[in-house]
Design a protein around this ligand. Structure first.
Ligand SMILES: [Zn+2]
Length: 132
């Protein structure tokens, strides 16, 4: 796992403060595409429903993103089914990157926490759930 992935998982597992971790991720300026792809894969993997990529935790996450609900990435996520919404997020202008990363990191924190509390509860083979 590279530093970026370690950071994301530590934030999701409450081993690193959300705001601090977010700043560290955003400091690496030129990696938006890679970061976006990683977060998208992580979120999709953490949602049990592989048909619609939707769940109560996912909806709850969208409703609690720590940004103004009128920001474009949040409006898109609330308006469109998950896969279509993510395609739209990927093609937003660069000045939305920070909001998009904040949004996706928050969603993964919620959906991964839900997974750790349910399907991972009695032990799982996810090595990234074993971080110190
Ligand atoms: Zn796990």
């Amino acid at each position: 796992m590279n530093q970026q992935k370690i950071l994301i998982n530590k934030i999701a597992q409450d081993k690193l403060d959300f705001d601090l971790g977010l700043q560290l991720l955003l400091e690496e300026k030129n990696n938006f595409k890679e970061l976006f792809t990683t977060l998208q894969n992580y979120i999709f993997n953490s949602i049990p429903n592989k048909t619609h990529y939707n769940s109560e935790a996912y909806q709850n996450a969208i409703d609690t993103i720590p940004l103004k609900p009128t920001y474009t990435p949040i409006v898109i996520l609330k308006t469109f089914p998950t896969k279509i919404a993510f395609n739209k997020l990927a093609s937003l202008p660069e000045n939305e990157n920070e909001k998009t990363v904040t949004t996706l990191l928050w969603i993964f924190k919620i959906t991964d926490t839900e997974r750790r509390n349910t399907e991972c509860k009695n032990g799982c083979g996810h090595f990234w759930h074993e971080l110190e």
